[in-house]
Ligand binder design. Structure first.
Ligand code: FPP
Length: 240
């Protein structure tokens, strides 16, 4: 920590992929058309990570709030996730991508959960890129679930409440094996965090860009990363 010199590529990039609906609307198409276009961008951005020096990529695919969308959109998205997981498995396995999911699986249908489990298992020895897909994920929900598990350990006498600090709680988060994000990107011009990686992004850089997610290319990703490299991160320290 305390690194304030020129940065190389961020090790961990997290992305809020926003703007699929507006992209579709602008073309007079249903929202799901935009989500399908968005899924193709996911592939392009994941593939670009090794060349761009990004080791960890975390993407927000479905939030705990997204259930409030119409039934048509929610079920269309769930179908898209299933299709994506099936169609991308071979490519992800062979290109060295380790896939993980964060979020609460309890509300997801069992076919989808089975596909998620399979993909995690099939890719768990890969180490080229670590792709984390946030599905039914909410930052507050994650902290609440982590607190519940931690409280159980305390109640069972395995953890002394006096020993609880931020690292203790972090061990109970869905992201316990991941480093914190260095850079969080949100597309589509909205400058909001929307409950994404609240705990983990305490020291992250945020980059809000106007491009709608289905238009976000590998080249634009590269230029956002180049821009990050010129910023300073002080983690609360005073410049020396
Ligand atoms: C936000 O755009 C996007 C989502 C809620 C879904 C994200 C899903 C994808 C990019 C599809 C594929 C993902 C995977 C992992 C295969 P929005 O619908 O909120 O757009 P709007 O703000 O323009 O309405």
């Amino acid at each position: 920590m305390g690194n304030r010199t020129e940065q190389s590529a961020p090790e961990h990039v997290a992305i809020i992929m926003d703007g699929n609906g507006r992209w579709a609307q602008a073309r007079g198409k249903p929202r799901l058309f935009g989500h399908h276009a968005g899924a193709r961008r996911v592939r392009e951005i994941v593939e670009s990570c090794p060349d761009l020096g990004v080791k960890y990529l975390t993407i927000f695919a479905f939030s705990t709030e997204n259930w409030k969308r119409t039934q048509t959109e929610v079920s269309g998205l769930m179908k898209l996730f299933k299709r994506y997981l099936m169609s991308e498995t071979k490519e992800l396995v062979s290109s060295g991508v380790c896939v993980r999911f964060i979020g609460d699986r309890i509300k997801l249908d069992e076919t989808l959960v089975a596909l998620m489990d399979d993909l995690e298992l099939l890719t768990c020895n890969n180490d080229k890129v670590h792709l984390t897909i946030a599905l039914n994920y909410g930052g507050r929900d994650e902290v609440a679930r982590a607190t519940k598990r931690l409280a159980r350990e305390v109640a069972a006498g395995r953890i002394d409440p006096e020993d609880v600090d931020d690292e203790t709680l972090a061990r109970f988060l869905d992201t316990y094996v991941l480093p914190d994000p260095d850079l969080v990107i949100r597309t589509s011009g909205e400058a909001r965090i929307s409950n994404f990686l609240l705990w983990q992004s305490a020291y992250a850089e945020y980059k809000f860009i106007d491009t709608l997610w289905p238009d976000f290319t590998r080249d634009e990703f590269a230029s956002v990363l180049a821009n990050y490299s010129t910023r300073e991160r002080r983690y609360g320290a005073v410049p020396g």
